[in-house]
Ligand binder design. Structure first.
Ligand code: ASP
Ligand code: MG
Length: 408
């Protein structure tokens, strides 16, 4: 018998009706001869509701107490789903993260899974039960309840799949897979049958928020095939795996974009050792994460230095950078928070030339000015004015024929 781990997200268990439908799906999977471990999120909206309740008590609740509170959302869903399974005549048993022996570090609200003792779950499976585990939570070595960060149920599912050597980890959600880009921007966007872990990480971190990034990292590290599918429609979904030499591979898998970008430039800084760290040191100390960094070739003995940050951090970064500019005797500080980033992602880039030039020509043909460029082995990103987001993504989607399935 194959062991599958299936995770159902908040919308999939958002009402009793949904929970009963999910129970039927699980029963069908079992009747088809599989062993299953189920991981559930809290019913949709529940985690936000709990956070809001805590805010009514105090602005910054104690992280440990917040974890005790938030973990209840998932606990409710496990019990209801187990009851629904039992009602269908399918033996089931629910567990909190702690009961399932999901051991984490003690970093409340963003804990990391260290180890899972799967013996207890294994016994239940061998006894013919469906095991239903609360996602998003664990227990530290002192017995404190911890949670794994928003979206953490995905990571619970992958970790359980790794610990119990499941054949596949299936993430059931409200979309039917991973798309070449956001269908709300490009209606012709196509569901991908397969994508590699590396590509998915680039797509996810760039804003295609289907899975918690950490779950993809985890699955890649332990080579757990990860499948994203719809709870509401039939279909194969998208399989996320290692790169397979035998598989026909598209050159470009998808186009990701990020609306929340801002860029800052410090002009006329001395071109000397240590300047980059004098600029970015205070930015990091101010807890601002930097994404792209570009430094120009020096003219005279001074240079310009540009970097991008999350738009929410823009004002804070600007204040820090003005201080730095005074200290360094820089000429000027400039900024723009009406920019966005578009990225082309594909492992095929490694073996194909000319992708960047096609990308830049396509944007030029639309009259889109590129403000910044950065590349990695499987990704090319450009920063452009925010008004060009839709136009740019659509033009690139068409230029690389992403709407066409591989074999046609
Ligand atoms: N319920 C948690 C959240 O909303 C965890 C999850 O759904 O994965 O972030
Ligand atoms: Mg989620």
């Amino acid at each position: 018998m194959a062991l599958l781990v299936q995770k159902y997200g908040g919308t999939s268990v958002g009402s009793i009706e949904c929970i009963e439908k999910v129970a039927e799906k699980i029963k069908a999977t079992r009747d088809a001869g599989n062993d299953v471990i189920i991981v559930v999120s809290a019913m949709s909206g529940e985690t936000n509701r709990l956070i809001e309740l805590s805010r009514q008590v105090c602005e910054n609740p104690d992280p440990r107490e917040l974890d005790v509170l938030l973990s209840t959302g998932e606990q409710v869903a496990t019990a209801l789903l187990s009851m629904a399974l039992e009602k269908l005549g399918c033996p089931a048993i629910s567990y909190t993260g702690s009961q399932a022996r999901i051991l984490t570090d003690s970093a409340h609200n963003k804990a990391r899974i260290k180890d899972i003792d799967g013996a207890r779950l294994r016994k239940d499976i061998n006894a013919g039960r469906v095991v239903v585990v609360a996602g998003f939570q664990g227990v530290d070595e002192h017995g404190n309840i911890t949670t794994l960060g928003r979206g953490g149920s995905d990571t619970t599912a992958v970790a359980l799949a790794a610990a119990l050597h499941a054949e596949e980890c299936q993430i059931y959600t409200d979309v039917d897979g991973v798309y070449t880009t956001d269908p709300r921007v490009v209606p012709e966007a196509r569901r991908l049958d397969r994508i590699t872990f590396d590509e998915m990480l680039e797509m996810a971190s760039l804003g295609s928020r289907v899975l918690q990034i950490r779950s993809v990292e985890f699955a890649g590290k332990y080579n757990i095939p990860l499948r994203v599918l719809s709870s509401f429609e039939e279909g194969e979904g998208t399989l996320i795996t290692l790169e397979d030499d035998g598989m026909e591979q598209a050159i470009i898998s998808g186009i990701a974009f990020n609306r929340d970008e801002a860029k800052l430039t410090i002009l006329g800084v001395p071109d000397q050792p240590g300047v980059a760290s004098k600029i970015l040191g205070p930015i990091a100390d101010g807890n601002v994460e930097v994404d792209m960094i570009v430094q120009n070739i020096a003219e005279d003995s001074s240079t310009d230095f540009t970097f991008t940050v999350h738009r929410n951090d823009y004002d804070r970064a600007l204040i820090i950078l003005r201080k730095v500019a005074d200290e360094l005797g820089a000429r000027e500080v400039a900024g723009d928070n009406k920019i966005i980033k578009i990225s082309l992602v594909g492992v095929g880039m490694r073996s194909h030339a000319g992708i960047a030039s096609t990308m830049f020509r396509t944007l030029a043909d639309e009259g889109i000015n590129i403000r910044m460029i950065s590349t990695s082995e499987i990704k090319i990103s450009v920063v452009v004015d925010e008004k060009y987001l839709e136009l740019g993504v659509r033009a690139l989607h068409e230029a690389f024929e992403l709407e066409r399935p591989l074999d046609s």
